[in-house]
Write a new protein. Structure first.
Length: 223
């Protein structure tokens, strides 16, 4: 069985599109009908995220961690207990392509780190987009780590200690632990996810914070 973990904190604006995309990816013919269990971990949600998630054939878990690392770990543990062989992670403000799971598994690696495409740059200036794209390595062997586009075998995840309970960079710490173990990690541009560049991001210190840092550097006259 394949597992997918989606943490969410007040993501009513994006969650439905995310779930529809993951459910579509779960039906890819290359998976040959292998079951895909999707776990949505609602962390301290006060909006309509719960009602939205309940419309779909996914397992919904509510936690009050206020911590994306703890939320992602909670979902991963449910999947481990359900005997998932592969744990795929994305974020509630992201959408995955039809071949997302198939592309991860095709690498036959201990873990797969994919890339992201920003779905809408309208909240940022052209200069911010150009600075971001100049710094981003959209190629194989890229070394980017995104919780929105990460997959790992159950065995490797457990051996590495899982996601730490951190407010951000829990994905980075997991991958670093995998590297320390000598895990076979595929750094692939063929595994892609579209993610949001919205300014009302939820995980401070994560992708949204990075984009605001780029914008702040330009406003401050940085090179």
């Amino acid at each position: 069985m394949i597992g997918v973990v989606i943490p969410a904190h007040n993501e009513e604006r994006y969650l439905e599109a995310c779930l529809l995309s993951v459910l579509t990816a779960a039906a890819h013919p290359t998976l040959a009908g292998e079951p895909v269990k999707i776990v949505v971990v609602l962390d301290s949600c006060s909006d309509d995220s719960l009602a939205i998630a309940r419309r779909y054939p996914v397992e919904v878990v509510e936690v009050s961690a206020g911590n994306v690392g703890a939320a992602r770990a909670a979902g991963a543990q449910i999947l481990i207990d359900a005997d998932a062989r592969w744990l795929a992670c994305t974020d509630a403000d992201s959408t995955v392509p039809f071949d997302w799971l198939a592309a991860q598994l095709a690498h036959q690696a201990d873990a797969v780190c994919g890339v992201v495409d920003v779905d809408d740059w309208s909240e940022y200036s052209t200069d911010v987009r150009q600075r971001y794209e100049a710094a981003y390595s959209d190629r194989d062997d890229h070394r980017h780590i995104h919780g929105a586009n990460l997959g790992v075998t159950r065995a490797a995840y457990v051996l590495a200690g899982g996601f730490p309970a951190m407010p951000c960079h829990e994905d980075v710490h997991l991958v670093q632990a995998l590297q320390a173990l000598g895990a076979n990690i595929a750094w692939s541009r063929s595994v892609r996810v579209r993610t949001s560049a919205r300014m009302d991001f939820k995980a401070h210190g994560g992708f949204g914070s990075y984009l605001q840092t780029l914008a702040g550097g330009l406003e401050g006259g940085a090179a």
